[in-house]
Design a protein around this ligand. Sequence first.
Ligand code: GCO
Ligand code: MG
Length: 403
Amino acid sequence: MTVITSAEVLVSRPGRNFVTLRITTSDGVTGLGDATLNGRELAVASYLSDHVAPLLIGLDPHRIEDTWQYLYRGPYWRRGPVTMASIAAVDTALWDIKGKVAGLPVYQLLGGASRTGCLAYGHAHGATPQETVEAAHAVLARGFRAVRLQSGVPGLGDIYGVGASTLPGDEVRWSRPLEEQWDSSKYLRFVPSLFELGRAELGEDVHLLHDVHHRLSPIEAARLAVDLEPYRLFWLEDVTPAEDPAVLRRVRAASTTPLAIGEVFNSVFDIKPMLEERLIDYVRMAVTHGGGISAVRKILDFASMFNARSGMHGPEDISPVGFAASLHLGLAVHNFGIQEFAGYTDETLALFQPGFTFDDGYLHPGEAPGLGVSYDDTIGEAHPYEANYLPVNRLLDGSVHDW
Ligand code: GCO
Ligand code: MG
């Protein structure tokens, strides 16, 4: 019988930190999984190497579902971002192996393609609405049909989506988190003008998106959703902190602006009440943080019963391995909606050599067996881990707010 002979945890920083799991079988087949948890990378690396890797040795690599259940139910302590990113990495690596053994891309094992490609959205950001719209023109010129607009807000410095902290491939590092300032009333007054300009300059056909990044109270979120209605957003993301589904009722009742949530969720139980109450339109959970291909497949099937579609998280801090896994899943499920595509630096692409393509606004995972991603050990070793925090937010009175 074929068994798992090794499970290596590879931590590398080609411009930013990535945690990759590589599983090898007794037949010499390897599979990759992504376990990157931005700003908490070593916690997952330890969970995997100290507590999971020893359990995998000797297991049948083809028993993906059984291994998932063993790692989820087995340790008694369930859920949480560290545990679920670790399980996701194992699950993804085993799907990669199964695809390679079958000689098929993973999407074929998931039922085959439901579409010719996955609609992608790109990022445009600037210090002012004018700069953001200019950046959006450049994004659209690269073929995108959908673009997320984030702009600086007068009176606030670097904020989420526009500061140096979120530029792809940035080399900025901190031994403590950078502190940003936030003021919801300044933001609420300002954001409609960004979309007024964006819609006027970019036209009616383009899909426009915006990420609030968990900062508003329920009543503020409802007001923003109403104020943005004239600009017909594809979605408004993470309008409130994600812990309490009940707050979304207020937003939902007030407006027809579509809502997306879930990039920080790690279990079906996080999103279940929002789906059952029809409070959201798009599920942001991605393979890397949602427990793997097996788990997110089930979540999306469940979402389909409530007319919700996928809108998987695709920032620079999900590695090309996790991103490829999301693409295979997105190509296969019927209720795919859109895929975020923040893009990767050349160093990251050199490390992983992903086979996915982007053409005319659509992503495709490629036809290579498995996930279609590799890992270059020499490049990986040349870029060792360095500590790097996400920023934190303080209100103008100095109190800590959601980032
Ligand atoms: C997004 C996200 C990211 C996160 C980042 C945190 O919509 O892409 O909000 O920008 O902030 O992934 O690690
Ligand atoms: Mg987001």
